[in-house]
Design a protein around this ligand. Sequence first.
Ligand code: NOJ
Length: 750
Amino acid sequence: MTHRMNQYNQLNPAIEAQVEALLQQMTLAEKVGQLVQITPSIMPDPDQLTELLAKVGSGEVSIEALFKPRPDLEELVRTGSIGSLLNMANPQQINQLQRIAVEESRLGIPLIVGSDVIHGFRTIFPIPLAEACTWNPELLEQASRVAATEAAAAGIDWIFAPMVDNSRDPRWGRVAEGSGEDVFLGGVMAEARVRGFQTAVSPGGRNIAACPKHYVGYGASEAGRDYNPTELTERTLREVHLPPFAAAFAAGAGSVMSAFNDISGVPASANPFTLKTVLRDEWQWPGVVLSDFGAIAELVPHGVAANLKEAARLAILAGVDMDMMNDAYAPYLAELVAEGSVPEAVVDESVRRVLRLKLALGLFERPFTDETLLNQTILSDEARQLALEVAQQSIVLLKNEGDLLPLSPTKRVAVIGPLADARRDMLGMWTLFGKEEDAETVLEGVGRYAAALTHAAGCSLAGSEGVDETAVLAAIDQAEVVVLVVGEGANMSGEARSRSQLGLPGQQQALADLVAQTGKPLVVVLMGGRPLIVPRLLEQADAVLMAWHGGICAGRAVADIVFGAVNPSGKLTMSWPRREGQIPVYYSHKSTGRPMTGEGVPQFGEPFKSRYIDLPNEPQFPFGFGGSYTTFEYADLVVEKTAVLPPSSTLVVSATVCNSGSRAGTEVVQLYIRDLVGSVTRPVKELKGFQRITLQPGEAQQVRFELPIAELAFWDAQMQHRVEPGEFQVWIGPNAVSGLVGSFAVVAGD
Ligand code: NOJ
């Protein structure tokens, strides 16, 4: 792997000299202190945490009030017993502690403050899965820069994002936090986000370090249940789960978070293969590995350590540098060194990495935050505008029968559904510092356009009480069209929010049935942190928009699309299952020996192919799919130098895309390949490139892709990463299942 070298992943002689000088002066206790990260407060009772966090979300309780301050915190900082704090955002409090670290601790080493800033700090952008549906890495880079600039003004140095776990299982609640199912797209988005975070410089001159997570394989949790084990072959690990991390490091990420899950029997936070062999030996990556919250302590219930001390030993020896809230390194690391079960040199190496990160961030020169900055920095007009653009581009048009959309503003509109005016839910999961009052709802958004507007929630989001028929029918009575806003609430996706059934929660389908019975034209605005399995609703609706949880500008963005001020351009980055029983369903699956399509083995007819007897194999909507108010036609696929390309050359392939409709529109043109015969089975399709293009009505553009043949390399039968000669297919198209197809061949050697 080649990194784009920057101050976070490159050894700089001046910094190395400072690191060594400090290390020489440190006692073992001070060294251990640098490897400890804690929250500034006592954790609330775990059984009440969910409820309390919901109160933080609705503004009833401030995040600071939720957690009682640790009485020993200042003393821990003064004695150099901790090196880092997490999830703080109060510049005064951060400065106060930093002053103790810098002025009162023996060596004056500054603290590093980390935090979860997942899709914005105060300017909340759409959830990351939605952001990925823009297929617009430049925009995500800008959004990440805004998030980091606001976070830096709050005194944060280190952002625990991006989450780069690929996942093919929408039951897993954390799909909301990632970029979807694809290796290539996941890598592009990871790079964009890391670049955005790390190139942000707050007006006070502070820098931010990114922390891609969760290393590694977390997105493959069995049965889509959070924290569950994974069963991953080395090949799958290398081909599907490691590449987005490599991309994040290539973009300059100087830290990574080790995951909760076990990987085929070896927990990710005590895994010498992933943490040492891959990260250090193969990739030569010099950054900091931070454990996830409690992931070292969890080695005990995982059953690989008998107690916390043993867990600390396994984690440090495997290569976890910093302990996030495990209470494992602080009490046991020095003891383990003293009794000879952990070499002090191992601790030294971890301390070096942590000091390097602090030095690279400039914390020694600028330990303090300008306390006046936060209010001037957050929620700027430009940031809001960007949040709106991301939300607009993230919305996916799933259906538009009879061109019901866009609506004319002269229409009388009824906005129905429990999410129509649910301000808090617009923000989505993981918004520690977002405020509900900043968000615009769909009802308000539609109100910007519609000449006449009525509204009824109709039912609660997830409760079992019935539908309020009277209110719904009264609201619909005079309306010419119904906009039904239904789906998941913000707290139904994200961490620890796995679901086994992905339909509409509560009585929402009954509400949809009532609305559908009226026969009024029906626009459904679906919201959620994952694809939702709603076949009946898809039938009932004339038009369907997947609006995810769109952040502070969610409502405005939906309305801009519903009334045609913006033409939808979002495309799915996860295949949308028909039924839970299809999961995992993803486009880049293997062929099988008895494929449903193409040539199979002749003696095995239809019933004995790889299929369900009660469901098609194909998802409801494929990866890459999304509609527009215009139409795009693809023609003239040209593979330049079709014949044979040596591994060091570049494939050049193009097609002409024409806007054949009557509105300007943006299309995401996608490039896929298939390696027809390999020493191991290969996916039936792999995304290798994409371009967003905007075309006026009647306009045509030749879209040209250059794909280095080296990017066709994979892990062969001998686990060598190389390009195998042979025949390939290539597609340029609007999604993973359609488009123009051509072919080329790669010859051996150069
Ligand atoms: C646990 C989550 O898995 C991780 O993503 C997050 O960064 C930490 N908690 C810290 O809040």
